[in-house]
Design a protein around this ligand. Sequence first.
Ligand code: SAH
Length: 255
Amino acid sequence: MATAPRLYVDDDLAEHTHLEFQPGPTNYLLRVMRLGPGDPVRLFNGRDGEWRARLEVQGRRAYGVVETCSRLQTSPPELTLVFAPLKKTRTDFLVEKATEMGATCLRPVVTAYTQTHRVKLERLQALVTEAAEQTERLDLPRLERIQPLSGLLADWPGDRPLFYCDEAGAAPPMQVELAASGAGPAGLLIGPEGGFSDLERAQLRACAGVRPVSLGPRILRAETAAVAALALWQSELGDWGNAPYVPEDPEAGRG
Ligand code: SAH
């Protein structure tokens, strides 16, 4: 039998907790996954680790009866992805990949050439939650409200490196900058389809903590650059040294 379905819940999780699933998860469990009473589900809330629960059904309502803790809560390395919203579904793609790649905070910013000034936070939150469930994370990345790039830079802690992916070329390779940087909370900054303006480049380079970096000789789409930068950081300074989590049911299918 494939591994038990995994859901993010807001509720506190402890032995004997009895929680009611929201309509969305209820539909997923009962109608999509066609589970029935007594079937196992895996729950996490970002605070209490992952717990195995049993499904209870009363009419159209579904409940979880929490039984045992199967994974202790861990806190991943703090990594903020600062990005300019992109056109159409490219922002959805970027947010989903950033969740799979372990970003702990997602900060949309408006830059000079940003073409999409609004983000649908509710929609992105649903994408983040679903990606976190699928990727076996024990936490959700924090999704912040959109703000101007200048506001983000004004609030950025000077002792926290912000690796600024600069497609204009005059920057050291990111892997070289990472090797020169210690582990610890960090940020990655990816520009919009139109890149950064010259004024922004000057502002960024004048900002404490900002490290301009290159992602090689080719111009990557913003969503590609985000995945590439996240992979480099996780590989060099993040948690890619850890083995992937395998749910206890060995023939578990993924996705
Ligand atoms: N319109 C610009 C490219 C923007 S690419 C042009 O054609 O020149 C979108 C974003 O991806 C950039 O702002 C940058 O943050 C990142 N990016 C893309 N390729 C990159 C590279 N080779 N090095 C560093 N950052 C890159």
